[in-house]
Design a protein around this ligand. Sequence first.
Ligand code: PMP
Length: 291
Amino acid sequence: MSKKISAGFDTLHGWIWMNGQMAAWENANVHVLTHALHYGGSVFEGIRIYNGKIFKLREHMARLIKSAEIIGAPITQSLDELCQAVEDTVAKNDLKDGYIRPLAWRGPEEMGIGAMNCSTQVMIACWPWGKYFGENEGISLMTSKWKKASPETAVTASKCGALYVTNTLAKHEAIKKGYGDALMLDYRGYVAEISAANIFFVKDGNVTTPIPDCFLNGITRLTVIDLCNENGIPIEERHFNKDELMNADEIFITGTLAEITPIIKIDDTPFPVGAITKTINRLYQKETGQI
Ligand code: PMP
């Protein structure tokens, strides 16, 4: 049986910045012999724009550059040039509220594992995108069988497309079982992250989040740590296991798309949406210019 293919992101309209030029949406294509399609050599970013203001643009584009360096596909454009390209893309598309997706990938100049002669190509697309999890009070998580790999096994400090194969499987597994997303532990059994977000818990007024030593150090995560420090909310980064997480008073997740999303259930255990989660959510909305 063939899979039903519905109209997708390739059929939207607008402009995509591609290797220094604005391409009409339908012309922003790559060849099937592009190295990244075969061997996973792509890195990306996700950025939100609120009321015409791009949140943490430089931080995101600096991370894109770093991700590309880590996978050995250095980007030729400078940080300033990339930031300007993002500004130009949102202006050209007249986007005031939504999502920006920069992507860098190994080009088609070589085939086979070696890619030292491949170019690094870059594109920036954007489109409107509301709440990632819809208008819910919070979401449920299912603990995944998939584990985050050791930094000796995978390029865990890079936002590399190849790493997302397991995250997608974890997400599918959770959705199929009726949950909102997947909780992933790491190769040591410590709590790590969600398929596309970081995790925090609150216990006795203290906020705790795992050390990002084998998963993405989210920019929203760093923003929340700063907001806690600036507002006198005790915050700690350390390793912890799932038993400790399940003993929390409140749990929330953070990400560019997820923003601050309360967790209302993990596996079969319910959690309340607590006061500290609500405070941090308000602080984040203020910081991003939403309120
Ligand atoms: N972890 C993963 C796996 C992600 O994909 C994301 C989303 N980029 C995050 C965490 C959160 O990162 P950020 O806050 O920078 O969006």
